[in-house]
Every structure is written in structure tokens, then in C-alpha cells.
Ligand binder design. Structure first.
Ligand code: HEM
Length: 450
């Protein structure tokens, strides 16, 4: 037992269902109110199940870093496991550590720099398409546009040209599988996969197709001599320093699916909100243009420009503060523990919500205000490093962080130099918290050439 500690409080719930209806009505508002009224560790009563909401930076640090071995992914990722198997974002303990060590070098800043050209080339294709949209005065859904672009980037980074004739099939099957696991995760009463419901059958069909495509690509690569230096090559070449062992085909398949899944929806959400900010905050638009003008002066960005695009980076960081793509993630306690003086029992579920922490006046002055200068070295000094966790923290810190930040800066610098996007609707856009934090109804905008 953990012994006595501070008593954890939380919002009052209804009999049997607890706070579930309140959360269902407005999850973001409900979590924000809970943290404001009940502090950095609050208790959510879901009837049969109790969950802790951890939002104070020092308590987050305890869970993700100081005592991270006590907190595993647990049942919260059971649905995603149906698709991602034992990929890095699902994995725990020794197996996780081994995989993380194998994969880490491929995601190092210097190694991901090799994808810069691929990113700007694919972004140029989007820019060409936008020229036609701008001339025709058509409205586009920027969330869709960013999805298509980031999807092509992740697919090409993984498989180079090998996938070209199977790309549509892969994307469609992935879409079906991804929607299913999202739905499955929110429906505790979903029937086991062996029950042939239409939803289960559609998912299994999509997963079979994905497996065929990915296993084929892996096998083709294993027998080929020439190296292509894409992420699949890096995964196949990775060797354990001590044992010299690599991954088997099944593990490579799981990691490929994981990178595919984790690598584009998050980035596309960040970019979609960045376009929203630029269209809504005139100073952000002005300062970004000033920087792009002085550093690039109309030419396309290259990797060497990134250190000079400081405002672009701060603008994206501030976008992720207010619109954290991963708005929530979970852990499960392996043994009894004390978090910030509060007793947490073995088996307890914990939720960490970057969205709530990033918008709390306790850690961020004037939190609703969009102010990229919060991220200058000067202003960041003294701020708790776990007050800003869009990529998580501790040993499980997002492995794709460098890739995502490079990708986002190159895309914004390329497109914002050539186009100004204008919102079709007025007023603030509603947010829907799904796997990532999405704008409700997409982000319809019109494109104007500069
Ligand atoms: C804006 C873009 C992104 C955001 C906001 C984001 C967010 C996150 C967060 C919050 C975590 C920690 C989850 C946890 O602790 O349970 C995470 C982990 C992870 N992310 Fe990302 N991510 C992004 C882009 C990417 C990209 C581009 C990739 C791959 C290319 C990627 C692959 C992963 C993987 C594999 C993990 C698991 C790491 C581990 O447990 O060792 N992510 N990400």
C-alpha cells in the first residue's frame, strides 16, 4: 500500500454512469473545468471505473520521467493494438526498450534531414494544385489538403517509389482500419473480432489487405541488393549493438504501421491549425511573412534555412500549445505509487492531457492569447519543461518529433510564401477531440495567390 496521502477530489457524477455524460457532452471543457476546480491530480468517477486526470507539470514529470517504469500503456491502447500490433507506440518494458534503441538512429535530426528534399518536392506539387484552385476561386478543405500531403510524405519516406501502384489501395485500407479502431476504442461493448459483424469483417478485410501489401514490400526489399535509404530500409538494416540482431518481418510490419499511423494525422492536424491561426491572427500572418521574405525572398526553403526560420518554429510551437494534436494520452499504474502526494493504486488508469495543461492559467499567463514569443529562450526560462508536452516526455518522447517539426516548417515556408488562405466561416472554429484534436467540419478556406 502507498499509505496515507492527500485526498483526491473530482466532479460529482450520476449514479452508475458517473461523469460519463458530462464528458460525452463536451470532453475538452469538462477536463479543463475538472483541472481548474480539483487541481493537478483529479479523480474522474466513471461508475465502475475510476480514472485520474494528471495535469500539473510536476505530476506529469513524475509519471512520464521520474517513475516512468511504473506506468505502462496498458488497456488504453488495446483497440489500436488490433492494427499496430506491438509497434513502438503500443510497446512496454524490455521489448519497447529494444525496439526504441533499434529505431532511434533512423529518427535522429541528421538522419531525417535526408527527407527534406522529398518534402519540398511533394509540397511543390500541392502548391501547383493550389494555383488552379486560387485561379478558379474554389473553396478547399485545408484539413483534407494537409491530410493528402502528409500522407504522401509519410508513404514516400517509408517506401520511396515502390508503393506507387498500390498507394490508393493502401490509403483506402488504412482509412477503413483507422476508423474502425477509433470506433472500437469508444465502444466498450464492441463484439470480439471473431464475431462476423459487418464492422468486424470490414476491418479484418482491410487489415488483411494492408498486411499483404506491407509484407510483400518487406520481402521484396529483403532480397534486393540496392539500398534506397528510406525508412523501410533503415528499419530492415537496424541491428542491436550488443547482439547484432535485427527485427523479424512481423515486427517491421508493426513498426511500419505505427509510423504510418502516428506520423501523418498528428502532423496534418498541427498544419491545419497553423493555417487557421494565420487566417485569424493578423500579427502572426505579418510576422511570418516578414521572416519568410527576409530569409527566403521568394526561393524555396532548404534544410539549411531552418535555423534561420525562428518565428516559423515559434508560431508552430504556439499553435501546438493551443491546439495540441495529441490532446490526451493514457497510462496504467503497475504498482501502488504516490504522485505529487496523492496515493495512486496499482492498476489505476491515468490520463495526461496536453490540451488542458497547455491552456491552464496556472502555468501560462493569459493562456487564450496566441503569442509565439512565449517560446523565445528568454521567455521559456523558468517555465516547467513538463508544462509543454505536445510530444509527450521522458523515455517515450515522440520518436518522430524532429521529422514532424522539419516537415511542418518546410511545408509552411513553401506554401505560405506563395499563398494566403482565407477562412470561409467567421468566428472561432469548434474543436472535436478524436484521436487528434480536429476542427469540427474541417477547415474550409479560399486560396489567394500572393
Ligand atoms: C505534430 C506531430 C506529432 C505529434 C503531436 C506527436 C505526438 C506524440 C506523443 C504525445 C507521443 C507520446 C505518447 C505517449 O507517451 O504515450 C508520441 C509518441 C510517438 N510518436 Fe509521435 N507525434 C507526432 C509526429 C510523429 C511522427 C511524424 C512519427 C513517425 C514518423 C511519430 C511516431 C511516434 C511513435 C513511434 C511514438 C511512440 C514512441 C515511444 O513510445 O517510444 N510521431 N507522439
Amino acid at each position: 500500500m502507498t499509505g496515507a496521502g492527500k485526498r483526491i477530489t473530482g466532479p460529482k457524477g450520476a449514479p452508475l454512469v458517473g461523469v460519463f455524460p458530462q464528458m460525452k457532452r463536451d470532453a475538452l471543457g469538462f477536463f479543463e473545468r475538472t483541472a481548474a476546480e480539483h487541481g493537478g491530480v483529479a479523480l474522474l468517477d466513471f461508475g465502475l471505473k475510476k480514472i485520474y486526470l494528471v495535469t500539473a507539470p510536476d505530476c506529469i514529470q513524475h509519471v512520464l520521467l521520474d517513475n516512468d517504469r511504473n506506468y505502462v500503456r496498458g488497456r488504453s491502447v488495446d483497440s489500436a493494438r488490433l492494427l499496430l500490433g506491438n509497434g513502438l507506440a503500443m510497446n512496454n518494458g524490455e521489448s519497447w526498450l529494444r525496439q526504441r534503441r533499434l529505431m532511434q538512429p533512423a529518427f535522429h535530426r541528421q538522419r531525417v534531414a535526408r527527407f527534406a528534399r522529398l518534402i519540398t518536392d511533394l509540397t511543390d506539387e500541392t502548391a501547383e494544385g493550389w494555383r488552379r484552385e486560387a485561379a478558379a476561386g474554389r473553396t478547399v478543405d485545408v484539413a483534407d489538403e494537409m491530410t493528402k500531403l502528409t500522407l504522401r510524405i509519410v508513404v514516400k519516406s517509408l517506401f520511396s517509389e515502390d508503393i506507387r501502384d498500390r498507394l490508393d489501395e493502401l490509403s483506402e485500407a488504412f482509412d477503413v482500419a483507422q476508423h474502425f479502431i477509433y470506433w472500437h476504442g469508444r465502444n466498450p461493448l464492441a463484439l470480439p473480432l471473431r464475431v462476423p459483424t459487418p464492422a468486424n469483417r470490414a476491418f479484418l478485410r482491410a487489415r488483411r489487405r494492408l498486411d499483404e501489401i506491407v509484407f510483400d514490400l518487406i520481402r521484396e526489399r529483403r532480397v534486393r541488393d540496392a539500398r534506397t535509404d528510406d525508412l523501410l530500409d533503415m528499419l530492415l538494416a537496424a541491428r542491436d549493438e550488443e547482439t547484432g540482431q535485427g527485427m523479424d518481418d512481423r515486427q517491421v510490419r508493426d513498426e511500419v504501421m505505427t509510423v504510418f499511423f502516428a506520423g501523418h494525422e498528428t502532423t496534418m492536424t498541427m498544419l491545419t491549425w497553423a493555417w487557421y491561426v494565420l487566417a485569424s491572427v493578423p500579427e502572426a500572418e505579418r510576422d511570418l511573412q516578414a521572416e519568410l521574405g527576409s530569409v527566403l525572398n521568394g526561393r524555396p526553403p532548404v534544410i539549411a534555412d531552418l535555423p534561420k526560420l525562428g518565428y516559423t518554429e515559434r508560431m508552430l510551437q504556439e499553435t501546438m500549445r493551443l491546439y495540441s494534436p495529441t490532446w490526451i494520452f493514457a497510462r496504467e499504474a503497475v504498482a501502488d505509487d504516490v504522485v505529487c502526494g496523492y496515493p495512486i493504486e496499482r492498476g489505476a488508469s491515468l490520463l495526461i492531457s496536453p490540451y488542458v495543461t497547455h491552456r491552464s492559467a496556472a502555468w501560462w499567463p493569459d493562456p487564450q492569447r496566441f503569442d509565439p514569443e512565449r517560446f523565445t529562450a528568454e521567455r521559456a526560462k523558468g517555465r516547467h519543461r513538463f508544462a509543454y508536452v505536445p510530444f509527450g516526455g521522458g523515455p517515450h518522447l515522440c520518436i518522430g518529433r524532429e521529422f514532424a517539426l522539419m516537415e511542418a516548417r518546410l511545408i509552411m515556408a513553401t506554401l505560405a510564401q506563395r499563398y494566403r488562405l482565407e477562412r470561409v466561416a467567421q468566428g472561432p472554429v469548434a474543436m472535436t477531440p478524436q484521436v487528434t484534436l480536429r476542427p469540427k467540419g474541417g477547415m474550409p478556406m479560399t486560396i489567394h495567390s500572393r
